[in-house]
Design a protein around this ligand. Structure first.
Ligand SMILES: Cc1cc2nc3c(=O)[nH]c(=O)nc-3n(C[C@H](O)[C@H](O)[C@H](O)COP(=O)(O)OP(=O)(O)OC[C@H]3O[C@@H](n4cnc5c(N)ncnc54)[C@H](O)[C@@H]3O)c2cc1C
Length: 491
C-alpha cells in the first residue's frame, strides 16, 4: 500500500513537494491553516480588481521547467519575460532609469552619471557569473552534517572567499563610481529581505541571474496562476487539501511523530509528515524545542517586514511600467534604519507593481490594479501599526507627486496588510516577510534543516529551510525535501 504523507501548509513549498511525492506514488494529503492555497504567493480579488498579494515576478524560470519535467507534466501556467526588468527613480529627480537586459541600451541610461558603464558592467557581471556557477553546488545539495557541508564549501573555490567578507555594496562599489549605478545595481539585495550593506557580496550572483542568465518573469493572468495550476495537477493525483485546518499540537511515539493535531482537536495520522509552515517557527511553537523558543527566534536574523497596499483606481497610468522602484535621497541612511526604527520615514522607499498593465483582465476596463510594497521593520522593532493609514497616505501622496498623476480621487478599492497581518495570516515570525535571512551563518547546513532533529519521519520544506527564500529557491527546496523522503523510505 502507498505510504501516506501529510503536509502541513499549502504554500508553494507544500504544493510543489506534494506534487513531487504524489508522482512518486505516495498518498498525499495537505492541511492548510487558511481558506486558500498559496501561502505568501497569494491573490486578493476585490471590487472587480485582482491583485497579486506577495510575489509579483520570479527569476530562474528553468527551476520551474525542471520541476514540471521531474513531475512529468506540462508547466501548468504561462510566463513571459520582462524587458525592461524594472524602472527606478530617485526623489527630487525627474529621471526614470529603465533597467534593460541589453547592456548597450542599459549603458545609455547611465551615460551621464557613469561614463564607461558598459565595460564596468561586463566585468562586474563576469564575476557574478563565476559566483553563480561556482556556488550552485552549495544551493542544490542536502547536507547530512556540518562536516558534509564543510567538505562541500571548498568546491566553491578560493577565488570567491573575499566575497564572504565584503558587502554587496562594497562589491558593486569596486566596479562603479556613481551613486546612481551603485544604488540601482545593489537594489536586488532587498529582494533577499536585507540591505546591500549587510548582504554578503556572494549574493551579487543575483545580478547575473537578473541581467544575463535568465531575467525576470511574469505569469499570464497574475502570479496566482502558479498556485491554481499546481493545485489542478494535485487534484489529478487525488491529493486532497483540507483548508481552515491549523496544526497546533502533536503526539509522538518514541522517535516518530504519530499525529498532528489541529485547532479543533482532530488528530491527523500518516507515515511521513512534511512541514511547510516556517521551519524555525514550527519547531519552536508546535514541537516546543528550546533551541527555537521565542527568545531564540528573536535572536536569529530575520528578513524585514512588508507593508503592502492594494489599490484599484478608476483610470489608466500609461506611463508607469510593470515593476517600479521609488527611492529617496539618502540610501545609506535609509538602509541603516529600515529594519529597526519604529518611526517610518516621512517619505519611505517603495515598489509599485501595475498588474493590469500586461494583464488587463485583472482590472475593470479603463482601470488599473496597483500593488505597493514598502519594506518596514518587523514587529520586534515596530510593534504597533496604529499609524498605518497615515503612512499609507504619505506613500500614495508621494507616488502621485512623482508620477505627476494625482491618483487619490481615483481610488475605488483600498486594502492594506501590515507585518501584523502577514504574521497572523501565515504564522510568520514577527511578521518577517521572507523568513530567515541568508547571512552566512543561516544558510546551508547552518539553516534549520529539512529533516527533523528528533522525529525520523518528519521533514521540512519552504523558505526558512534550505536553500532559502523566493519562489525558485522554494522549488529547489521541494526537490531536496523529496530526496530526503525517498531516502527515508529506502531505510
Ligand atoms: C510581500 C512579499 C513579496 C514577495 N515577492 C516575491 C517575488 O516577487 N518573487 C519571489 O520569488 N518571491 C517573493 N516573495 C517570497 C515568496 O513569497 C516566498 O519565499 C514563498 O512564497 C514562500 O513559500 P513557502 O511555501 O515557503 O511559505 P508560505 O507561502 O508561507 O507557505 C506556508 C503555508 O503554511 C501555512 N501554515 C503555517 N502554519 C501552519 C500550521 N500550523 N498549520 C497549517 N498550515 C500552516 C501557511 O498558511 C501557508 O499557507 C515575496 C514575499 C512577500 C511577503
Amino acid at each position: 500500500m502507498a505510504k501516506k504523507v501529510l503536509i502541513a501548509g499549502a504554500g508553494l513549498g507544500g504544493l510543489a513537494t506534494g506534487l513531487r511525492l504524489a508522482k512518486k506514488g505516495y498518498s498525499v494529503e495537505i492541511l492548510e491553516k487558511n481558506g486558500k492555497a498559496g501561502g505568501r504567493l497569494n491573490q486578493l480579488k476585490k471590487d472587480g480588481f485582482t491583485f497579486d498579494t506577495g510575489p509579483s515576478f520570479f527569476a530562474m524560470s528553468y527551476e520551474f521547467t525542471d520541476f514540471a519535467k521531474d513531475c512529468n507534466i506540462t508547466l501548468p501556467f504561462k510566463y513571459y519575460s520582462l524587458d525592461p526588468l524594472y524602472t527606478v527613480s530617485f526623489r527630487n529627480s525627474d529621471k526614470v532609469y529603465h533597467l534593460f537586459k541589453d547592456l548597450h541600451k542599459l549603458a545609455a541610461e547611465f551615460r551621464e552619471e557613469e561614463p564607461g558603464f558598459e565595460q564596468a558592467m561586463r566585468k562586474y557581471l563576469d564575476k557574478c557569473r563565476r559566483l553563480y556557477y561556482d556556488t550552485n553546488v552549495v544551493i542544490k545539495n542536502n547536507y547530512d552534517s556540518l562536516l558534509h557541508y564543510a567538505l562541500t564549501l571548498p568546491q566553491v573555490g578560493p577565488a570567491h572567499v573575499g566575497t564572504l567578507f565584503r558587502s554587496f555594496w562594497s562589491q558593486v562599489s569596486r566596479y562603479f563610481k556613481s551613486n546612481e549605478a551603485r544604488e540601482i545595481l545593489s537594489l536586488v539585495a532587498f529582494f533577499l529581505g536585507r540591505t546591500p550593506f549587510d548582504t554578503p557580496a556572494t549574493y551579487t550572483l543575483l545580478s547575473y541571474t537578473e541581467f544575463m542568465h535568465d531575467g525576470y518573469f511574469n505569469v499570464e493572468g497574475g502570479m496566482y496562476k502558479i498556485v491554481e495550476g499546481i493545485v489542478n495537477e494535485l487534484e489529478k493525483e487525488n491529493v486532497k487539501i483540507s483548508y481552515n485546518t491549523e496544526i497546533v499540537d502533536f503526539v509522538a511515539e518514541g522517535n516518530k511523530l504519530k499525529y498532528l493535531i489541529d485547532s479543533e482537536g482532530k488528530k491527523w495520522e500518516a507515515d511521513i509528515m512534511v512541514i511547510n509552515a516556517d521551519a524555525a517557527v514550527f519547531r519552536g511553537k508546535i514541537f516546543r524545542r528550546p533551541e527555537f523558543s521565542e527568545e531564540k527566534l528573536d535572536r536569529m536574523e530575520w528578513t524585514m517586514g512588508s507593508l503592502t497596499i492594494y489599490l484599484g483606481i478608476d483610470r489608466k497610468l500609461p506611463d508607469i511600467q510593470h515593476h517600479n522602484y521609488y527611492l529617496g535621497t539618502d540610501y545609506r541612511e535609509y538602509a541603516g534604519k529600515v529594519y529597526s526604527s519604529a518611526e517610518i520615514d516621512e517619505a519611505p522607499y517603495y515598489y509599485v507593481n501595475v498588474l493590469s498593465r500586461s494583464n488587463p483582465e485583472c482590472a475593470p476596463p479603463g482601470c488599473e490594479s496597483l500593488f505597493f510594497v514598502c519594506p518596514v521593520p518587523d514587529l520586534r522593532f515596530k510593534s504597533s501599526w496604529h499609524d498605518r493609514d497615515q503612512i499609507v497616505d504619505r506613500i500614495i501622496d508621494d507616488f502621485s507627486r512623482r508620477t505627476g498623476t494625482d491618483i487619490r480621487p481615483h481610488i475605488v478599492s483600498r486594502t492594506v496588510y501590515t507585518p501584523e497581518d502577514w504574521g497572523d495570516q501565515f504564522n510568520l515570525h514577527r511578521g518577517s516577510g521572507l523568513g530567515l535571512s541568508h547571512k552566512m551563518l543561516q544558510i546551508g547546513a547552518l539553516r534549520p534543516k529539512n529533516f527533523d532533529e528528533h522525529f525520523k519521519n518528519v521533514f521540512y520544506t519552504g523558505a526558512s529551510t534550505i536553500p532559502g527564500t523566493g519562489l525558485p529557491m522554494v522549488i529547489i527546496g521541494s526537490k531536496l525535501t523529496t530526496e530526503r523522503v525517498l531516502k527515508y523510505n529506502d531505510q
